[in-house]
Design a protein around this ligand. Structure first.
Ligand code: TA6
Length: 299
């Protein structure tokens, strides 16, 4: 369907009532609702759906560069390009089912982005960037990313699924699974620290790249009595970000108090960039689900 701004989006539904929406612009998921119609992702009320500005919220795709770690525009250009639907996407050969059959039941869409002429001037590498989005029966959302080097020379990239989760009150949120890990603090010139807390809580701006993180991270929303679980593969790092009040006010496409109702947990590959030789393909995946808060992580 097309939205008011004329941008095309795909709506995925599953029989129990959950849904997800993804724009061809940026290949960006902008909504993920559970079977009760509750929105689980954050989308700023002030975001403009006007290219070339990126959409503020949902799951921006940061490729071929995370943040300013390189010469390209911040977070690379994939999030402000028009992707297309790929009806005959090659099967995803996963470690679990070598047959490549799509083991996850549910509704699926495959999107692809290839570089335009202008992109090739800026980043002189030919690639195919694919995203398979599957809304599983029961409402879990699986997002598989593949990058293939279709050029004649190797290239190196960093990547993040810059996921904005909706929370009731950031001061009531705990992030579990990153305890005792090292992180690069973007607020202190990316200096390396070690996490001391037994879980991450928020009382000010946080902008950290946790490195060598586990495959499972939990975002516990005390007030909403629910926990969002992020399971990831091929994405060793995890960015945790909340802009807090000052930075919130400084962003035109973000409400002054919206920092209270969001947290970014971003599966990523940043510390050790990926290098692909011609013909090689990299795969990264996140699967997000929501469970009642009786769930204690680590189980
Ligand atoms: O992922 C955290 C971060 O790198 C923060 O430093 C902040 O800049 C955020 O991304 C948003 O970046 P954007 O370019 O979307 O405004």
């Amino acid at each position: 369907t097309r939205d008011a701004a004329g941008l095309e989006k795909i709506i995925l539904k599953e029989p129990l009532g959950a849904s997800a929406e993804v724009y061809l612009y940026g290949g960006q998921v902008v909504s993920w609702k559970n079977d009760r119609g509750e929105e689980l992702l954050f989308l700023s009320s002030k975001t403009s759906f006007k290219p070339p500005k990126p959409i503020r919220g949902g799951i921006p795709i940061c490729f071929p560069q995370f943040a300013n770690v390189g010469a390209l525009e911040k977070h690379g250009f994939a999030r402000n390009r028009l992707w297309s639907i790929e009806t005959d996407a090659p099967p995803i050969l996963s470690s679990t089912n070598a047959s490549g059959s799509n083991s996850s039941r549910g509704s699926t869409v495959d999107l692809i982005l290839k570089p335009a002429e202008d992109d090739l001037k800026m980043w002189t590498h030919n690639f195919e960037l694919r995203m398979r989005l599957t809304l599983k029966r029961g409402g879990d959302l699986a997002q598989t990313i593949r990058v293939r080097n279709t050029d004649t020379k190797p290239f190196t990239f960093t990547f993040a699924l810059h996921t904005y989760f909706s929370v009731s009150d950031i001061s009531e949120v705990r992030i579990e699974g990153l305890e005792t890990l090292d992180f690069l603090d973007n607020l202190q010139d990316r200096e390396r620290f070690t996490e001391q807390g037994d879980s991450i809580t928020f009382d000010g701006e946080v902008d950290r790249v946790y490195v060598s993180t586990p495959t499972k991270i939990a975002i516990v929303d005390h007030e909403k009595k629910r926990t969002i679980v992020v399971k990831k593969e091929g994405l060793p790092d995890a960015v945790v970000w909340n802009p807090w009040d000052k930075k919130a006010k400084a962003m035109a496409d973000f409400g002054d108090d919206e920092y209270l109702h969001m947290v970014c947990v971003e599966p990523a590959v940043i510390e050790t960039p990926i290098t692909l030789k011609p013909g090689e393909e990299w795969k990264g995946r996140q699967e997000i689900s929501v469970v009642p808060s009786s769930y204690c992580s680590g189980q």
